[in-house]
Design a binder for this molecule. Structure first.
Ligand SMILES: C[S@@+](CC[C@H](N)C(=O)[O-])C[C@H]1O[C@@H](n2cnc3c(N)ncnc32)[C@H](O)[C@@H]1O
Length: 268
């Protein structure tokens, strides 16, 4: 799984298109000359691909700063500017963290958590901000005894992009219960994000899943999963799920079941 197989449909050998939002960060925040960005991004992406072959690295979709598409983004950003705290769960290179900071969030209110320390280091390399970024990164297994270094912490917001979907149903119940346990104990604290889904919910074999399988949701199955989490944690939760279109990743080319979905799970 960890060997580079550059023929994979999930790996683009081509130079990346650099979306405007991240280009602004790489030039204005990181100070990288515009004509060096493509090669720089490709080099860092290739180092990440050697660590683990996530399609979001292989096809450069990590460059799309989808946190801004969340309907809650501007509200969340404003609250974080005013002292609220946010965790990016499974943050990879921490690209959403840089977007928050670039948009004015104080770094000390922002935390990233990640299984792979090398992804965090590659994030510093990508954004050239090891000396100036004061966001915290916690590394470790979110399923571990210390909850990936987050045990005892709490957050107003938890952002999770392409995170829960890489696990089986049972793993998602556990991961989401742990995330609920990290929310501040007050109404309005919220987990939000996006992930792939499926027109018909199903367990799919997938290389990006550590167990080899991932449970892919539609609106109803995700709501059902959250109600299991509410029962398990004893926390009342309200869920909003929006399917926002057909997924366009390499996976989906011969399978029109794939979807993208946005979700928010809020403490009542
Ligand atoms: C599919 S990637 C998504 C990355 C990022 N959120 C994005 O949208 O580009 C899933 C991320 O979760 C991390 N991850 C996977 N299993 C984890 C675990 N058990 N604990 C903490 N992080 C984990 C991976 O290393 C990877 O960075």
């Amino acid at each position: 799984m960890n060997a580079i197989s550059k023929s994979s449909a999930d790996y683009s050998p081509d130079a990346p298109e650099i979306p405007e939002l991240i280009k602004a960060i790489l030039t204005e925040y990181s100070g990288i000359p515009e004509d060096e960005i493509v090669q720089h991004v490709q080099e860092v992406r290739d180092k990440g691909w050697k660590v683990f072959q996530y399609p979001c690295l292989g096809v450069y979709s990590f460059l799309n700063l989808r946190i801004v598409d969340a309907p809650q983004y501007q509200d969340v950003l404003q609250h974080v500017k005013n002292g609220a705290t946010i965790l990016d769960l499974g943050c990879c290179f921490g690209q959403m963290i840089r977007k928050l900071v670039f948009d004015g969030a104080p770094g000390e209110n922002v935390t990233g958590s990640e299984l792979e320390p090398t992804f965090v280091d590659l994030g510093y390399e990508l954004f050239r901000d090891k000396q100036n970024l004061n966001a915290a990164f916690k590394t470790g297994d979110f399923f571990g005894a210390d909850v990936g270094g987050l045990k005892g912490m709490s957050f107003d917001y938890i952002f999770a992009a392409s995170f829960f979907h890489i696990f089986t149903w049972e793993e998602q119940v556990e991961a989401m219960s742990r995330a609920v346990g990290l929310l501040k104990q007050k109404p309005g604290s919220m987990i939000f994000g996006w992930q792939t889904g499926s027109k018909t919910p199903r367990l799919r074999p997938h290389d990006a899943a550590r167990s080899g399988e991932m449970y892919s949701h539609n609106e109803q199955s995700l709501e059902k999963l959250v109600s299991e989490v509410a029962e398990k944690t004893g926390v009342e939760l309200s869920t909003k799920v929006d399917v926002v279109g057909r997924a366009t990743s390499a996976d989906s080319q011969d399978d029109d079941e794939w979807r993208y979905m946005r979700f928010s799970i809020t403490r009542c």
